[in-house]
Design a protein around this ligand. Sequence first.
Ligand code: BTN
Ligand code: NA
Length: 609
Amino acid sequence: MGHFEVVDYVIFAVLLAASVGIGLYYALSGGRQRTTQEFLMADRNMGCIPVSLSLIASFQSAVAIIGVPAEIYTYGTQYWFIGCAYILGLLIPAHVFIPVFYRLRLSSAYQYLELRFSKAVRICGTLTFICQMVIYMGVCVYTPAFALNAVTGFELWGAVLATGLVCTLYTTMGGLKAVIWTDVFQTVVMFAGQLAVIVVGVQKTGGVSEVWRKIWEGDRISGLDLNPDPTERHTFWTLGVGGIFLMLSLYGVNQAQVQRYLSSRTEKEAVRSCYLVFPSLQLALALSCVMGLVMFARYCDEDHSEKPSGLSMDAMVIYFVMDMLQGLPGLPGLFVACLFSAALSTISSAFNSLATVTMEDLIKPHFPAMTEARATLLSKALAMSYGLLCLAMAYVTHLMGDSVLQMALKIFGILGGPILGLFSLGIFFPWANSTGAVAGLGSGLAVAFWVAVGSILSHTSARSPTPECRVLLGPDNTTTTIHATLSNVTLSRPSGLKRFYSLSYMWYSAFNCFTVILIGLIISFLTGPTKKEDVHPGTVYPLLGKLVCFLSKPFKKKFYCVTPLGKTVKQWQPSQQKESNGSVLQQEERQSQAETESFFPAVEYETAV
Ligand SMILES: O=C(O)CCCC[C@@H]1SC[C@@H]2NC(=O)N[C@@H]21
Ligand code: NA
């Protein structure tokens, strides 16, 4: 089933060659990757278009291309509501996280944690991030190779090795510039591949109206499920609200994305790139969901006997693609190129961000005297070693067996959620101190693993409706319902601890984030909250102050806004720059501080006038 013509291999090889070519170009042009500023930060001179396409590519891998259609085919279009989470999931990074990180002129997001808390907090954050990305990278390398192998006999470990090596090669040679520009190229290939499958799929299934009829009768268009039960796997709340925290953990505080924001030539360019992510992410989501619907329309009214038995849902997507594109030379190759583009662009982003944080957060602080040449060489060696580590992780994924989409989203929830909580604790709660931060992160991770392991051991993965597919059978047009797939039988409502374990994995990000914040604040207050004047300027975003000012706009006189206590506050104008604790601020720092203060009005409480 699904053999490849020569032209398909040529297209796949062209994709790999193009990526290596871009890497080579950036290795031999510009500053020739001789400084970490260029290698890790792309000289901080990138425009918003490439940055925004690169931001998409970072967390849109073969997992989404295979996993989302499988999700839609099995459970209907409920997952599509995650698109609602993209609104706040991108607005908050654009207006809270980017200004804070950009004005502190960081290289690694975790430098923020040392400025706001302490070196220990920075190390803990960095190590958690490294765990998250290494495991996630394993899933991303494994997914395309495994799915292809299951259906087409495509050489599994050969593909994994080819992907890993090509990716390590151009990441090591061309640094962040190469990673961003290959991401741009690979995102275009990714969209093209999905579009090709949809167009051919619709045409082969009898046209749009026929596809729509089958989808409608197959009850695949899910309504707005407002069920508030947090153990329901996918509802508007778990996807639309729980998804916001998933997005914040990825597009707000994940180093791979923060590094792209920081590589933008200006803060405004970075904010614009964040805004540009929204339409592209909606397009990516729509393409994946439509692909799942077309696949459903194609196979719904067929008995499932002729399919190779035991194919997982993820492999079924490849089966569908090869079935659609067979006999159209070049298109199977295009889809394989699309799959590996999605994987490569995510893995290269992960490599590069891992190398950056390892250098900036774990090595440089201990070797301040290290020369640029040696530091850059070490960064390249790190990219290489992470490449090999990720191949090992691919094997671990082989053993896990969950649906790849669910696996990736769980990883983000279990490890990304606590990191989001740690940064939120620092940015929104000035009283939080280092002890609270470490205790919060530790407890957040402990609870996260407790829930995750609990849900695996008690097999109460969140209840899901048994998908049905009503089809017209026989000449007398009787309708029969068959179960599209044998999903786990819905269990009786679990109680107590079992209920806790059956929390929907889409709530992991929010739940773990709040655990870190709650514990972090409690410990901070118990061990002596941080005083306002001790907080490093520009590391706190006065959410309350901004909200109050924003909400009280109608009543606000020029330069004043009313606090909830009815007092008037005088917004601090840059001209009234004070020497903070006696030391004269350097002109440049004064300017950046003024910028920061003007963005976050440092409110001073005066007696009511
Ligand atoms: O594709 C992957 O590698 C991970 C699965 C998707 C991750 C999340 S889901 C919400 C957001 N939208 C995306 O396209 N990726 C992230
Ligand atoms: Na990708």
